[in-house]
Design a protein around this ligand. Structure first.
Ligand code: BDR
Ligand code: CA
Length: 321
């Protein structure tokens, strides 16, 4: 299987760190660069967390570029209440001695895309500020990339920050609107994540049991502590969801996609009740461009297997041919 070369744009905390570990460990993915955007937790913690995750997966040589420290226009709101203080579950506070790469993340995205036209996949698992800034610098960015994957939005279902909106789109809706309009995006939304990537206690216990033997299982267990506590308190359920790892897993094994559709998508950038709302024209009642491929269903068991192979064995492809 040919390797996919990616740039990962991340607000590294919690599930971003797992997505990075999976991508770094995969033999099918080559990470060319990691770019960090304002999102989940304080910016410097995100940068540290990205480097720590790469280091854990023996990939400390991947350049980490620092990007936008706030959304395009809106005030920035973090989500420590989900990911814990510092973003690694609350108890983990490692020091990392790796310098950031020289240059501003949006410039790096543009330069890499120009250097390797048509070869790179942009993997977006954060608010889309860096990507929007890259688009402002290079309006033909889409033509220079092989593909663009985005974790964000909520396709005709409840959001996770407000009833109308999912976190990544809500934090920087102005950027999200631009990105879904200008780029042909493959979208992994919050609804898919809840339907097909929720782990209950059976899976979480299995990973915790492997923590003595696997540093990845140990890392996941630390990370999961805060999100489990949040979900228990908010919803009375001891579960985790793995939004950003769904994207990594689909890049490792595209055959996990069971159903998809291509629709016109837009984002409400206005302040108010529907800030960050994702309009997805599933019925085709608007005349908007149908340029967003929405992943609607994935093989839930296959995803769980791939995730367990990653954290328990350090081999995402272990059960694949
Ligand atoms: C998304 O928002 C962030 O909190 C997660 O890292 C993920 O990218 C889920 O809504
Ligand atoms: Ca994220």
């Amino acid at each position: 299987m040919t390797e996919r070369r990616v740039i990962v744009d991340t607000d590294t905390a919690g599930d971003d760190s797992q997505a990075l570990v999976m991508a770094a460990l995969s033999e099918r993915i080559e990470i060319e660069a990691v770019t960090v955007a304002a999102g989940n937790v304080g910016f410097d913690d995100e940068v540290r967390n990205a480097k720590y995750s790469l280091q854990l997966a023996d990939s400390a040589d991947v350049p980490v570029y620092e990007g936008a420290r706030s959304p395009l226009l809106k005030d920035h709101e973090t989500a420590e209440y989900v990911h814990g203080e510092g973003g690694l579950g609350g108890d983990l506070d490692p020091e990392v001695d790796i310098p950031s790469a020289d240059g501003f993340a949006p410039d790096a995205i543009v330069e890499l895309a120009r250097e390797h036209p048509g070869e790179l996949t942009l993997v977006c698992i954060a608010p889309l500020t860096n990507v929007a800034l890259a688009l402002q610098r290079e309006p033909a960015l889409g033509d220079l990339l092989d593909s663009v994957w985005v974790m964000g939005g909520n396709v005709n279902c409840l959001g996770n920050v407000t009833p109308a909106a999912e976190y990544n789109f809500w934090v920087d809706p102005d950027a999200a609107k631009l990105v879904v309009r200008e780029l042909d995006v493959t979208l992994v939304d919050w609804g898919l994540v809840v339907r097909d990537s929720t782990f209950g206690t059976e899976t979480l216990d299995r990973i915790a049991d492997a923590a003595d033997e696997s540093r990845f299982a140990d890392f996941f267990t630390s990370i999961a502590a805060s999100v489990r506590a949040f979900n228990r308190e908010q919803f009375g359920e001891d579960v985790t969801t793995q939004p950003d790892s769904v994207v990594s897993a689909l890049l490792v094994d595209p055959s996990l996609v069971e159903r998809e559709g291509t629709y016109h998508v837009d984002v409400d950038e206005r302040e108010g009740l529907t800030r960050g709302y994702t309009l997805v024209d599933e019925l085709g009642v608007t005349d908007g461009d149908r340029n967003t491929r929405v992943v609607e269903s994935i093989d839930e068991d296959g995803f769980r297997r791939l995730f367990l192979d990653t954290v328990v064995h350090g081999e995402p492809e272990r059960s694949l041919e």
